[in-house]
Design a protein around this ligand. Structure first.
Ligand code: FMN
Ligand code: PLP
Length: 196
């Protein structure tokens, strides 16, 4: 493992390799948040961008995860690529992306997904499946012949990791682990190798 690259660059390099080697959702990450009582929660989301500023994902602000991030703006995430025997983990504070970036990403989504974002009150109870279908049909009419803008409740978040660990599967469970950590966003990274 090349532990000299910056961890965000290394994460990007591993994701690029995963896109070639892993057929199923190579950009899926398990995202853990905690609610106001400190009880953890976890679900998969898609990691949409890795940059020097952090790790971006998009969702509904009113969803369970959105409310949890509002109460406790910190998260942990993990990616696993079976074909490469690799795992990446990260932890850090999370903030909401600027509206321009949300609109920029939303514009790249397929139209049905854009309309779905309007139709779904994500994580609220669904009384009947027809409710969603009816809402979608009404939205198709409403936005016919127009671009679909992002709904106000749809947003993106950025984690600025303070810890990133790279794990490469080894023989006899003697895996290689490298942990990068920093005191705060923008500070220098320190690197440690960990026992498997
Ligand atoms: C592979 C995969 C990728 C997903 N990506 C997203 C995503 O990027 N954004 C999102 O809101 N939900 C995504 N989901 C759905 C979430 O896992 C989850 O069901 C939803 O966001 C509601 O989570 P919450 O109730 O904890 O807020 C994805 C699910 C899977 C299985
Ligand atoms: C509800 C929801 N939002 C967002 C995403 C991922 O983002 P996109 O649809 O923009 O690829 C998924 C992917 O499964 C999803 O289920």
């Amino acid at each position: 493992m090349d532990a000299s690259a910056s961890p965000l660059e290394l994460f990007q390099a591993w994701l690029d390799e995963a896109r070639k080697a892993c057929p199923d959702n190579p950009d899926a990450i398990a995202l853990a948040t905690a609610d106001a009582t400190g009880t953890p929660d976890v679900r998969y989301v898609l990691l949409k961008r890795i940059s020097a500023e952090g790790l971006e994902f998009f969702t509904n602000r009113a969803s369970s995860k959105g409310r949890q991030l509002e109460a406790r703006p910190h998260a942990a995430l993990a990616a696993y690529w079976r074909e490469l025997g690799r795992q990446v983990r990260a932890r850090g504070p999370v903030d909401e992306l600027p509206r321009e970036r949300v609109a920029e990403y939303f514009a790249t989504r397929r139209r049905p997904s854009q309309l779905g974002a309007w139709a779904s009150k994500q994580s609220a109870e669904l009384a009947a499946a027809e409710e969603l279908r009816e809402r979608l049909a009404a939205l198709e009419k409403k936005f016919a012949g127009q671009d679909v803008p992002p709904p106000e409740h749809w947003t993106g978040y950025r984690m600025q990791p303070l810890e990133i660990e790279f794990w490469q599967e080894g023989d006899a469970r003697l895996h290689e682990r490298v942990l990068y950590s920093r005191i705060e966003a923008g500070a220098a990274w320190t690197t440690r190798r960990l026992q498997p």
